[in-house]
Design a protein around this ligand. Sequence first.
Ligand code: FLV
Ligand code: FLV
Length: 401
Amino acid sequence: MTTTTAAPVHFWNPPDLPGLDFDPLLHRLLHEDPVARVRLPHGDGHAWLVTRYEEVRFVSVDPRFSRQAVYGRSVTRLAPHFIPMDGAVGFADPPDHTRMRRVVAKAFTARSMHRLREHAQQVMDRLLDAMAEHGGPLDLMAHLNRPFPLAMMCELMGVPPADHALIAHWSDTVISASAGREASERAKEEFAEYFTELLGCRRLEPRDDLAGVLAEAVQEGTLELHEAVGLAVLVQIGGGHAVRNNSANMVFALLTHPGHLARLRGQPALLPQAVDELLRYIPHRNAVGLSRIALEDVEVGGVLIPAGDPVYVSYLTANRDPSVFADPELLDFDRCPNPHVAFGHGPHYCPGAALARLESELIVGSLWDRFPGLRLAVPEDQLVWQRGALIRGPETLPVTW
Ligand code: FLV
Ligand code: FLV
């Protein structure tokens, strides 16, 4: 049966949750109102929120839901500003989207992943040496979870080490919900100026990195300059900021699930499966990210979504849908298959998923090899979690060994 739009609107100002606590409203909507209407702290009006696995996958692949139509609309949202820039891949639909993704795929080939794996091991060894030299207690965010993914993204992109701190600062400001709209918009502009210049350098002196690939695509006319720059900014934010927080949550999850950790240490072949289960289990973000607009009336899960309405999907709830994942609230390293959607689904599926997995496996796999006695340096309830964040993670992660 199709229902019409008389459904109530849920006001959703997501609480600052500690640890890996799951948003209670999200949990309730998944089980009681799987195609709901919500209103978030910024923007205007309401949006639909789709929470079940099957419908999340439906909305994220169906071309009747458009990302391009979101651009310039004041859709109700968590962040005061939009994260992607004008012309960025996050706001593109096929076939424009396909053209942009093809360029990025050139930077994520098996060959470049092989090169990055070697680099990753070197960076990791250096960071672990520095930790050993410093001695515990120390902040693992500052010593490992922050610098490692940042170094990897900068290597992929071709950003020189001297500029890492600058890139980190801009990324954090753009992806912050609490830095304020003006600061975030300014950071986006400065970020864009930086990449415009870097791509200019590559045009004069081609190199085999993502900046080089993007510069070549602009030269050939495959990409407009602002598309290439918007792509670079999103890749840098996604690869640095998202992996930093997600991998810190993985370390926290293992430190607070000693049985799981012991099993993983005794059975290293379990690592890829464990990382995927952690990806499924960790609530990566607060609320929801970027919506889509229904281009025509579409029925979703028995509810008619009218043309012109914005629609969000929650990958967090899809990953907890009991019709797909038995005992979804349980962290279970034996889950196989594990068709989670932590990297999204459909055309906007994370292009860096393989690199993110590589980095997380290396962090989780190396940390306890080097520091078998690794433990939290403060009681769990004294850990400080980021407030007003889009992507969730600890503010600092004090550990010792
Ligand atoms: O790339 C996106 C993204 C990345 C991420 O780490 C978390 C997200 O919520 C998102 C998102 O909502 C939209 C993206 O395009
Ligand atoms: O967290 C968000 C986000 C992350 C990201 O890496 C890319 C994005 O386009 C987004 C976004 O649009 C909204 C977010 O809240």
